[in-house]
Design a protein around this ligand. Structure first.
Ligand code: DGJ
Length: 473
């Protein structure tokens, strides 16, 4: 059933017309005006109050409408306000705005979010195409009017949109918060590990893993370490910032992560191991490395095969760098205290041109703050704290995010991607990711904001800095 519309008094104006023709004309007029009015979103105001079917749901109101024709991510969700009593919604996507005659998608769904845009690109939606969409709600009595019609333009594939919702190849939001990446040479595949976040608490559901060949399309590989393995019978429900490296001698994938009690007083680092990048990982336990507290952490594997655990210690006041044993499963006993009393967390370490760089955040919980980078000639320091590498809007608060990893792009020397989390502390699973090009020039790190970019941007920045180098010599 559709929303109720009172027909105008047609018989008065056409007295000689046979009754059944009149009915046909009337039906035609009703349906076209209903379509037009519904498309304009004003159907429910048509007719007197007494005519209205009171239990028919109200027209859905879109929640994230962009300005019409604004560029939207491939995979940004279409969201509307839940309608009271609605049992299902019908969403229509079309290539024409007038009557939705050329519909490319017409689906009924139960929830008030449509997340499958990414999934449709290449099958029903063209990358870079313009589309129109609207939605109607149904309850047990009938169907609402259409929502207002909105349009979106899908962006070409293989682009990064910092801070946008990002779906995996199944159309589900990627859950890899506080994460890190690993390039697996044997399978020529990137793996992204991170926290699978829970909406109702700050305890993750475990560590998830995604795989990709191009850094844009990510396939969910599953939960590779469930929280049941790390929570110590409920004593340590917090699992954060997992990072994985590969040990060339033992042929094992080794994961280190922050393990903590609900109030973060436990402050330990946990370790797990697997024969495969896609897990399952076997949890070996947790410790206070070098008998000191450990909260936010990362791993760094150097070109010589030595690996280091880098962690915020002494109640987040001081950053420690600890050389791991050759199997990467324990502390070797060699470690250094760095950035003493600088209160830095969220460390991300990388190397370029024989220099080492450490990006970190300040300590303000889930709220963003200013990033800074430190430099050293060796992973064990001494580390010198420099300024803020971010440039652009909100650079003073890391564009609204917090560092978690710096990815060297495989096979492309000097090309790095800075990866941060844009936390939504009231609903952690909907926290998004900020991926941006990172550039090192004369030992200075720059992370320039781009609202949308692709991998060719990394090469361009490098080429221009190479040219500058030549000019200087
Ligand atoms: C900041 C840390 O960087 C996050 O990983 C998380 O532990 C929050 N603090 C918790 O407040």
């Amino acid at each position: 059933m559709e929303c109720f519309v009172r027909p105008p008094g047609i018989g008065k104006f056409f007295p000689s017309v046979r009754p059944h023709s009149l009915i046909l004309v009337a039906l035609f007029l009703i349906s076209t005006s209903r379509e037009r009015l519904a498309a304009e979103g004003i159907c429910s105001s048509f007719g007197s109050a007494a005519d209205k079917l009171t239990a028919v749901p109200a027209a859905p109101v879109l929640l994230n409408p962009p300005a019409n024709d604004t560029l939207r991510a491939n995979d940004t969700a279409l969201v509307w306000q839940s309608v009271d009593g609605a049992r299902s919604y019908r969403i229509q996507i079309a290539i024409d705005s007038a009557l939705f005659t050329v519909s490319v998608e017409d689906t009924s769904i139960v929830q008030n979010t449509f997340l499958s845009l990414h999934h449709l690109i290449g099958t029903k939606l063209r990358a870079g195409g313009k589309y129109f969409w609207r939605v109607i709600a149904s309850d047990s009595v009938g169907t609402s009017c259409y929502s207002t019609v909105w349009s979106f333009i899908t962006i070409p594939l293989r682009r990064f949109i910092p801070g946008a919702l990002w779906c995996d190849t199944n159309g589900n939001l990627i859950q890899a918060h506080g994460g890190g990446l690993l390039y697996d040479d044997s399978s020529k595949t990137y793996y992204w590990y991170g926290e699978d976040r829970n909406a109702s608490s700050h305890y993750a559901k475990g560590v998830s893993c995604y795989s990709s060949k191009d850094l844009c399309d990510w396939k969910f590989e599953g939960i590779v370490l469930p929280d049941s393995a790390t929570n110590n019978g409920g004593k340590t429900p917090v699992v954060e910032r997992p990072k994985v490296i590969y040990n060339d001698s033992t042929k094992k994938y080794v994961m280190w992560m922050h393990i903590d009690s609900a109030d973060y007083s436990y402050a330990e680092a946990g370790v797990a191991v697997s024969d495969r990048a896609t897990g399952p990982f076997h949890y070996l336990g947790s410790e206070r490395p070098n008998n000191e507290m450990s909260r936010d952490l990362t791993l760094y594997k150097d070109d010589d095969g030595k690996a280091y655990l880098v962690y915020s210690s002494e109640n987040n006041a001081t950053m420690y760098v600890s050389l791991l044993t050759r199997d990467y499963l324990h502390q070797s006993g060699t470690y250094v205290r760095n950035l003493i009393n600088e209160s830095r967390e969220a460390p991300a370490v990388f190397k370029y041109d024989n220099a080492y760089f450490l990006i970190s955040s300040g300590t303000t919980g889930w709220a963003p703050n200013e990033a800074r980078y430190a430099t050293a000639g060796s992973p064990l320091g001494p580390w010198v704290l420099n300024g803020n590498p971010c440039v652009g809007p909100d650079a003073n608060v890391t564009f609204g995010g917090q560092s978690t990893y710096v990815l060297p792009v495989q096979g492309r020397t000097g090309e790095f991607i800075f990866i941060a989390d844009k936390w939504n502390s009231s609903n952690l699973p909907s926290s998004t990711y900020i991926w941006l090009p990172l550039q090192v020039k004369n030992n200075k790190v720059t992370i320039q904001w781009h609202a949308i970019w692709d991998l060719s941007r990394l090469r361009q920045s490098n080429e221009s800095s190479e040219k500058e180098k030549h000019l200087l010599h």
